[in-house]
Ligand binder design. Structure first.
Ligand code: 13P
Ligand code: SF4
Length: 302
């Protein structure tokens, strides 16, 4: 059944001139059927460069919105329209306008895990892969980073610029505790702990390395260690095990599952290709302003 679905998806993708992008947290079968997998930044850059007529974004709503922002001439599909992001939902454009009014003249750095309306109110975007470089590129004494307080607190460790932040967070990462990391270390002595900057400060303190999902995918190739504890959404374990079959990977906590990232099925992808729905669009006045912030981010060297 799965084989048949995969063949149909590949046939339809060719017929419709579609590219299938999948985030590193997607279920293994979705990552396998995709043309390209990656972190938020890689997928945004790839979306901006593709010749395809249709982009099937296997991820969550804000990622498809970023695709639609970058590629107004393409049809951007989110195969499961219910795939949202709890963190992106924590900040509205009105709330950001209020925060900006309290910090006049301070530039706003917005994590891509946000709505297009929030991006449109921002000076520049960032991802977990380039947050420090983006903040430093501004060269201002202060910045306001939204919506993720943990990403802001982690970035603050790497710059002398004053970082103001709001109180958004990713429930999947924010729930992880230093005690859970210590427990995983006891279960896997000698394993290197890799954590995502969306984790809270106590987990960052307990980690050996802090990386975006693509950074965590690269790190075992640079390390002599044979075992790793992975403090991010458990979807990343699939590409890690595939890329490094001789190494061992363990979740920091089996609870680190983003339900939204697991909603998309192969049947959803096939239906989206067949019907050209559901498409994600961004109203033009919002898109133009959000595009400025996303393009400014892409221009910052990694
Ligand atoms: P990255 O893939 O950019 O590390 O983002 C993690 C995430 O939470 C995406 O939803
Ligand atoms: Fe949003 Fe967290 Fe899920 Fe990423 S893992 S989509 S930040 S809720």
């Amino acid at each position: 059944m799965t084989d048949t679905l995969v063949k149909e998806i590949r046939r339809l993708a060719a017929e419709k001139q579609a590219i299938i992008l999948a985030h590193n947290y997607q279920p293994p079968e979705i990552q396998e059927v995709a043309d390209l997998t990656g972190d938020s930044l890689e997928l945004a850059i790839r979306a901006s460069k593709t010749d395809a007529r249709v982009i099937v974004f296997c991820g969550v709503h804000f990622m498809a919105e970023t695709g639609a922002t970058l590629c107004p001439d393409k049809r951007v599909l989110l195969p499961n329209p219910n795939a949202g992001c709890a963190m992106a939902d924590m900040l509205t454009a009105d709330e950001l306008r209020e925060a900006k009014a309290a910090l006049p003249g301070v530039p706003v750095v917005t994590y891509v895990n946000s709505t297009a309306e929030v991006k449109a109110e921002s000076d520049i975007c960032c991802t977990s892969a380039n947050a420090v470089q983006v903040v430093k590129s501004l060269g201002t004494p202060e910045v306001l980073m939204v919506p993720d307080r943990n990403l802001a607190l982690w970035t603050q460790r790497h710059t002398s610029q004053k970082i103001h932040h709001l109180e958004g967070y990713c429930p999947v990462h924010d729930n992880l505790t230093a005690a859970a990391v210590a427990e995983a270390r006891r279960a896997h002595p000698g394993a290197v702990v890799m954590a995502h900057p969306e984790c809270p400060p106590e987990v960052i303190d307990a980690a050996d390395v802090v990386r975006s999902t693509s950074g965590m995918l690269a790190y075992p190739g640079e390390s002599d260690a044979g075992a790793f504890i992975v403090a991010t959404e458990t979807g990343l374990l699939h590409p890690l095990a595939k890329r490094y079959p001789q190494k061992r990977f363990y979740p920091a906590s089996a609870d680190m599952v983003c339900a939204d990232m697991k909603l998309t099925t192969l049947a959803d992808v096939r239906r989206a290709l067949e019907t050209g729905e559901p498409a994600v669009t961004v109203p033009e006045p919002v898109r133009v302003k959000a595009l400025r912030a996303v393009e400014r981010m892409i221009a910052v060297p990694r």
